[in-house]
Design a protein around this ligand. Structure first.
Ligand SMILES: NC(=O)C1=CN([C@@H]2O[C@H](COP(=O)(O)OP(=O)(O)OC[C@H]3O[C@@H](n4cnc5c(N)ncnc54)[C@H](OP(=O)(O)O)[C@@H]3O)[C@@H](O)[C@H]2O)C=CC1
Ligand SMILES: Nc1c(N[C@@H]2O[C@H](COP(=O)(O)O)[C@@H](O)[C@H]2O)[nH]c(=O)[nH]c1=O
Ligand SMILES: [Zn+2]
Length: 350
């Protein structure tokens, strides 16, 4: 059973999850203010450039005089630096909030420990590590981005009972280009939920050509991720969905070219392309990327041990031959069932 402090932190975690995608590149933090055992204020990080969670929670309190005898629960160490907004640690001090429970320390160098230091110097009671694992998980994209200087990488594919991600097939025109569905409707919806959580989504050239994917969140709602295509020789024609201009799309290529429908980024394909792509995504402040295939692209991430999490959806069919699914040589952290499909979920320690 959760302790009373964990219960309030759990509420802060749930609040944070409401805003995740819009706060990028800020971490989406949740905050709850409690007075005499009752929640009197709540908040989560606004869309980028707007107020942080602590500010929104403080502003939501109707009777400000209660703050002087309240407790603040916040999923991440309050910030101590001037970004788009002033430091939250200073605001907490100014509002005389005496007790602060923090989910996890901010490992981002501009904050790390400094927010806590401000509060301790101001004589506040500070507790760190309430529901720490949940809070670290909540902020894993932000931590990976700053500490590893690359986005958090999630691999995902759907495979048959006998380990294929597609049948053997040729596609010669855009009219023939569509995915071979292995997943059931529940799994498709789950995929769109995952897409709505990640900042960007990437596919290889053959996947774009054979599937003509849209890569949106249409079955779940939420913001669709920035689309990323690798296309060395610009083999994917403009009539494909990735060039419809509806969603920001970045194309990594070797060619010198321009378009107002997508953003081209020139890289050197004779060198390690994934490290160049990661560098560009870091510069673009993209905090996470979902790699949806195909086989070659997924395998290149796996070979370079360049991934943090993976979802493998397993359908009901057997294809007997076709495009072989990638293989992860580690055990899944958990497996869950979605109707007739199952999902293996792999999470690496950060
Ligand atoms: N069931 C599922 O979940 C999924 C199934 N699929 C299926 O997978 C198949 C496509 O997979 P696959 O054929 O492996 O193709 P990919 O989609 O992985 O694309 C491979 C091509 O993309 C470029 N590319 C990708 N990665 C790299 C890299 N690391 N370095 C350099 N170039 C790279 C190359 O293009 P170039 O040769 O022009 O340089 C390469 O030939 C399709 O049949 C599709 O339907 C796809 C996604 C998910
Ligand atoms: N076939 C297959 C998947 N295929 C992936 O989904 C992409 C299509 O996306 P969209 O156009 O948005 O529906 C496709 O290009 C490939 O990356 N995904 C799955 O979860 N299960 C499946 O069985
Ligand atoms: Zn802040």
């Amino acid at each position: 059973m959760l302790s009373i402090h964990e219960t309030f932190m759990q509420r802060a975690v749930s609040l944070a999850k409401k805003g995740t995608r819009l706060a990028y590149p800020n971490p989406c933090v949740g905050a709850v203010i409690v007075c005499d055992g009752k929640i009197i204020g709540e908040g989560y990080t606004s869309a980028y450039g707007g107020p942080h969670a602590e500010v929104n929670a403080i502003n939501s309190v109707q009777d400000e005089s209660l703050l002087g005898k309240s407790t603040l629960y916040v999923t991440l160490e309050p910030c101590a630096h001037y970004g788009k907004t002033p430091p939250c640690a200073n605001l907490i001090e100014a509002k005389n909030i005496p007790k602060i429970y923090i989910g996890c320390i901010d490992t981002f160098a501009a904050v790390s420990g400094k927010g806590i230091e401000i509060l301790l110097k101001a004589g506040r009671e500070v507790h760190v590590g309430v529901l720490e694992d949940e809070c670290i998980d909540l902020h894993k994209r932000f931590f990976t981005y700053h500490n590893k200087k690359r986005p958090y990488i999630v691999l995902k594919w759907a495979e048959t009972q006998d380990g294929f991600i597609d049948k053997e097939r040729e596609v010669s025109s855009v009219d023939e280009a569509k995915p071979t569905w292995i997943s059931n409707e529940l799994s498709k919806q789950k995929v769109h939920q995952i897409r709505a959580t990640e900042h960007a989504i990437m596919v290889g050239t053959n996947t774009a050509l054979k599937d003509n994917p849209t890569l949106t969140t249409r079955l779940f709602g939420g913001v669709s991720p920035i689309r990323i295509l690798i296309d060395k020789n610009l083999r994917v024609p403009n009539e494909y969905h990735l060039y419809n201009g509806e969603i920001k799309t970045i194309v990594f290529t070797e060619q010198e070219t321009n378009s107002n429908l997508v953003q081209f980024k020139k890289i050197d394909f004779s060198k390690n392309i994934l490290s160049q792509i990661m560098e560009v995504l870091y510069q673009e402040k993209i905090q996470s990327v979902l790699v949806e295939g195909g086989k070659q692209l997924l395998n290149s991430f796996i070979e370079q041990n360049l991934w943090d999490e993976a979802f493998v959806f397993v359908g009901n069919d057997k294809f007997e031959k076709g495009v072989e699914a990638p293989v992860l040589e580690v055990s899944p952290s958990k497996t869950f069932v979605l109707g007739t499909n199952s999902v293996r979920h792999y999470i690496k320690e950060i």
